[in-house]
Design a protein around this ligand. Structure first.
Ligand SMILES: NC(=O)c1ccc[n+]([C@@H]2O[C@H](COP(=O)([O-])OP(=O)(O)OC[C@H]3O[C@@H](n4cnc5c(N)ncnc54)[C@H](OP(=O)(O)O)[C@@H]3O)[C@@H](O)[C@H]2O)c1
Length: 297
């Protein structure tokens, strides 16, 4: 297949690029990686997806079979103060990619977020549940989803959550550094979700690229926890002796409102290409081992 990865320098984009280059994922060898693929990556320094003419020029004559959109403005607090940047990258960008995919006959895998939900519930959200985002980030990502769904029938919307990869900034790296430097930290215990290793997500994205089972997918690590429980596990897996204490969202206010409960159930994966996500603790353990083995963190 001829594949284009947009946002190729981000956490997920880098992981996907490396999986295609290696011919495997941390979870195995999806059928697509047994075949010969031509993979091209692009990031903001080469293509701004919010510019439709630039997107059309970029696609001109290339004939991709599948486009994976990992690009987004992911600074959740930054989105509150810069809604225009959020809407351009997270709503207009996917719209432009959806148009270009339809015009050139490519499938589109578009990555979205648990923050499209309000977080007011207490059972894991299904793909069929109503979206009601509370933050600018969540709203901009929902607009992106809606454009993709309306404009590109051969598309997958893949909602993930609490993502951490080997490349780029994420919660795991922030906690490891803070715990090493400060020896103690407070982390919110009243927001629950699903930590997701980017390697596990890449595995499922690659399986979807080869499928025709279009639709909305939840794709998150198995099991749920609070940020505090996640931080305790991070400190333990990285062998750091630091005191982690729980606090409330009220005690740690942020510009963007986060969902209190945004756990997702991967029902559509279960029903189609299979849900192979590892338990979040196991996936974190594998991440910590590789980081330590390769001196990444
Ligand atoms: N990180 C999480 O915890 C999380 C949770 C749920 C869902 N997601 C979703 O998962 C996907 C991948 O996230 P990630 O953590 O891998 O993101 P990331 O590391 O922030 O990477 C996103 C990439 O997109 C690029 N980009 C931003 N605006 C662009 C534009 N207008 N045109 C082209 N490229 C642009 C960024 O470039 P610059 O760095 O130069 O700005 C960056 O390289 C996103 O759709 C995100 O919304 C992430």
């Amino acid at each position: 297949m001829k594949i284009l990865i947009i946002g190729s320098k981000g956490q997920l984009g880098t992981e996907l690029t490396q999986c295609f280059a290696r011919g495997n994922t941390e979870l195995g060898i999806p059928a697509l990686l047994r075949a010969k693929n031509e993979v091209r990556g692009a990031d903001l320094d080469e293509l701004d997806i919010s510019d439709l003419q630039a997107v059309r020029r970029f696609f001109d004559g290339a004939q991709y079979d599948c486009v994976v959109n990992c690009a987004a403005y992911t600074d959740v607090n930054g989105c509150e103060s810069h809604p225009d940047i959020a809407l351009k990258a997270n709503a207009l960008g996917p719209r432009n990619l959806a148009l270009a995919c339809v015009e050139t006959g490519a499938k589109l895998v578009h990555v979205s977020t648990d923050y499209v939900f309000s977080g007011d519930g207490n059972v894991p959200y299904l793909e069929f549940d109503r979206c009601d985002p509370k933050s600018v980030y969540g709203k901009s990502k929902l607009f992106g989803e809606e454009y993709v769904r309306a404009l590109c029938p051969r598309s997958f919307i893949v909602r993930t959550a609490w993502l951490y990869g080997y490349h780029g900034k994420n919660f795991v790296k922030t906690i490891v550094r803070a715990a090493r430097e400060r020896g103690g930290l407070r982390v919110v215990d009243d927001q629950r979700g699903n930590p997701t290793n980017a390697a596990d997500l890449a595995h499922h994205v690659i399986k979807l690229c080869a499928s025709e089972e279009y639709g909305v997918y939840h794709a998150t690590g198995s099991g749920e926890c609070s940020w505090y429980e996640f931080a305790c596990e991070i400190v333990a897996r990285f062998g750091i002796s630091a005191k982690v204490s729980p606090c409330t969202t009220e005690e740690y206010p942020t510009p963007a409102k986060r969902p209190a409960y945004s756990s997702l159930r991967n029902l559509m994966l279960e029903c189609t290409v299979g849900d192979e996500f590892r338990d979040w603790r196991e996936a974190l353990s594998a991440y910590a081992e590789r980081c330590q083995r390769e001196g990444l963190l």
